[in-house]
Design a protein around this ligand. Structure first.
Ligand code: PHE
Length: 412
């Protein structure tokens, strides 16, 4: 059961500090009525939001309504067993505040698993900014600065980086107000883009998947369909092209798709028909939830291996893929390249070092495939068990540390 902490409009600093000290109950009510008064939400929407958050298995959701831009900000903290919650910041538009909060919560859960499978010392968290309309220039900058101020006031319990809809320059803007941004190198002023590292991880993951399925890791001559050509799908297409893959590209942004397909001299398909297009590997690199039950029944591929977070509509979809003998590379494993590289680069590691570590994804994925094959199950279950083992070990370690054994004093 998670707690909801609402920060009153225009009260970022005071409210965030109160939340940290656990003295939030008095501001909560004031914040709620302020939100209703400013028409940010109706009472019914607020109740729906509170219910969704209270039912969640994570720790806490911090909500903030940005009055100047009419945007909702949700920071979801899922698990902090391994350390402070770190995860990207997503900016897009959602139908209702509760939809944005749900996305933040699911994405935060995925971050917990991602950090655990790569043996990191961060916990799972994510932030979602739901904008009412496209924001640019001073308006966007203002929102990013206030978001940065909020993170600064939360004192590091949540730290951010790039995700869908945010760029290294957005991170640089946030970093003017906070230390808790990973996608930006303070010392050199250089933006750190996780996209190409995530793409590299997906490339080695696709090769490992090909190895497992065909007993031949080479992408050369394999038909690979990439759906979503953003910060990760784009660089992935270029990497695969260099390896001689037969690419098929798809994106809802038609111009983007045409431009890249022309540059790389490859085929394209409309997003509506992408999933039913015959190929060896289907690489979802766009929004989450693209693999519904229905979508799985229409797939005509042998491998699903892509960069998107939360690809499966729910965990049972993994079993359907397994039944259809389609190999599924668990998303939170294959897309961990950004998470592996960002903290390393932040600490001053070279790009080469970061790339080498990212390439380790192939080994992790290989172990997961082997374990799952031995048990005739979806690799998702093996990956989830691996994450759970890491978390359980960390929990018992901290329990041991907390219970110091004091020998009884001898009678004198
Ligand atoms: N948002 C990307 C992901 O989901 C990259 C990222 C990882 C950003 C970790 C910040 C922190 O993996």
């Amino acid at each position: 059961m998670a707690e909801l902490k609402i920060i009153a409009v225009d009260e970022i600093s005071r409210a965030a500090l109160l939340i940290k000290r656990g003295a939030q109950s008095c501001i909560q009510e004031a914040a709620e009525s302020a939100l209703v008064e400013t028409c940010a939400v109706t009472r019914a929407e607020l109740d729906e939001l509170k219910q969704a958050i209270t039912e969640w298995c994570g720790l806490q959701v911090i909500a903030y309504y940005d009055l100047p831009t009419a945007s909702w900000v949700f920071i979801a903290l899922h698990d902090m067993t391994l350390g402070p919650a770190v995860g990207g910041c997503r900016i897009c538009t959602y139908p209702k505040p509760v939809d944005a909060a749900r996305d933040a919560m699911r994405l935060a859960e995925a971050m917990t698993r991602k950090w655990a499978v790569i043996d990191s010392d961060f916990g799972g968290g994510k932030s979602v900014i739901s904008i009412a309309r496209p924001l640019a220039g001073a308006e966007r900058a203002g929102l990013l600065e206030r978001f940065g101020q909020l993170l600064e006031n939360l004192g590091g319990i949540y730290q951010t980086g790039e995700d869908l809809g945010t760029s290294p320059s957005d991170m640089a803007k946030m970093a003017e107000a906070t230390r808790y941004v990973h996608g930006f190198d303070r010392a050199t002023g250089r933006p750190l883009d996780p996209g190409p590292f995530t793409a590299l991880g997906v490339l080695v993951g696709i090769k490992r998947s090909l190895q497992h399925f065909y007993n031949d890791a080479a992408p050369k001559g394999r038909t690979i369909l990439i759906q979503g050509l953003g910060h990760v799908g784009g660089p992935l297409a270029r990497l695969l092209q260099r390896e001689g893959a037969q690419l098929i590209l798809s994106d809802i942004r038609e111009e983007r798709m045409k431009e890249l397909a022309q540059e790389l001299g490859c085929l394209m398909v409309e997003p509506e028909t992408a999933q039913a297009t015959p190929c060896d590997v289907y690489a979802p690199c766009a929004m989450g939830g693209m693999l519904s039950r229905q979508a799985v029944s229409s797939l005509r591929c042998n491998v699903v291996a892509g960069a998107a977070n939360n690809q499966l509509e729910d965990a049972e979809v993994a079993d359907l893929l397994h039944e259809r003998k389609i190999l599924y590379a668990p998303d939170f494993v294959i897309n961990a390249g950004g998470a592996i590289s960002l903290p390393l680069l932040h600490k001053g590691a070279s790009e080469r070092e970061a790339s080498e570590r990212v390439e380790g994804i192939a080994r992790t994925l290989g172990q997961i495939f082997e374990e799952a094959a031995g048990l005739n199950e979806s690799p998702l279950h093996a990956a989830e068990r691996k994450a759970a083992r890491v978390l359980a070990r960390a929990r018992s370690r901290s329990l041991l540390e907390a219970s110091t054994f004091v020998p009884a004093a001898k009678d004198s």
